[in-house]
Design a protein around this ligand. Structure first.
Ligand code: 13P
Length: 253
């Protein structure tokens, strides 16, 4: 079975102490994951080591960065490289979140460079795609997300792309409480998988987890994750509340 993943994206929230407390509460719920399930915590950079050492005792719980830079190293004050993440044993990094694309003007080409640097440094990208409201209203969301994949990922050989995690996050559903319906999520996830299959074949496409993000909550996760092409979620707001995120982990197939 393809990996099923509950990924928390804390964004720029919580103090260090609140983060520690949240992780302790989540872990004390004692949810055991099987071999195809994972819980991943994308936390602010200063909390990466604490998060890694807190969750690494539990099978299939991991820490993730929220971003890294598109250069190997050098005079880029304030930035974090993929090599640095690897050097502290952080194995995941969210790339191309819509907030980064919007506020930090990250282009598909820049994200392709970040993807390469992560892979060279043994860091698995959690690659985000998703359309804004105007594109959804115009009905051109499929072309929009296919272009994001093509321009940032399709230079990769099959053996590399099949190690990635993709997250589909419609921008109109992020932090708005407006979730894509289960049908909308399944439809576009199935489409994304077909785009991957056209390029790399069905076997490769079937190995890549595609997470849904955008107002995933404790009360809608089970229904969303039940769809055949939805392999879990990338969760913002609800990942900041221990009881809610525990329910979301439990909702994994
Ligand atoms: P919300 O779950 O708060 O809508 O955020 C989704 C998101 O952006 C996760 O990366």
């Amino acid at each position: 079975m393809r990996k099923q993943i509950a990924a928390a994206n804390w964004k720029m929230n919580l103090t260090y102490q609140q983060g520690e407390e949240l992780l302790d509460e989540i872990l004390s719920a004692g949810v055991k994951l099987n071999e195809h399930q994972q819980a991943i915590f994308a936390v602010p950079s200063p909390y990466l080591l604490m998060t890694r050492s807190t969750v690494e005792e539990e099978l299939n719980y991991f820490a993730s960065a929220q971003n890294c830079y598109n250069k190997k190293s050098g005079a880029y004050t304030g930035e974090v490289s993929a090599e640095m993440l690897n050097s502290i044993n952080i194995k995941y990094c969210v790339l191309g979140h819509s907030e980064r694309r919007e506020y930090f003007i990250e282009s598909n080409a820049m994200l392709a460079e970040k993807v390469n640097l992560c892979l060279e440094n043994f860091v698995t990208p959690i690659f985000c795609c998703g359309e804004p409201l105007a594109i959804r209203e115009a009905g051109t969301q499929n072309e929009f997300v296919a272009t994001q994949l093509k321009e940032s990922l399709f230079h990769l050989p099959a053996e590399k792309i099949k190690t990635l995690i993709i997250a589909y996050e419609p921008i109109w559903a992020i932090g708005t409480g407006k979730t894509a319906t289960t049908e909308q999520a399944q439809e576009i996830h199935k489409y994304l998988r077909s785009v991957l299959a056209d390029q790399y074949g069905e076997e490769v496409a079937n190995e890549i987890p595609i997470l849904y993000g955008g107002s995933v909550k404790a009360n809608n996760a089970k229904e969303l994750f039940a769809s055949p092409d939805v392999d879990g979620g990338l969760v913002g707001g609800a990942s900041l509340v221990a009881a809610d995120f525990v329910e979301i982990i439990k909702a994994l197939k």
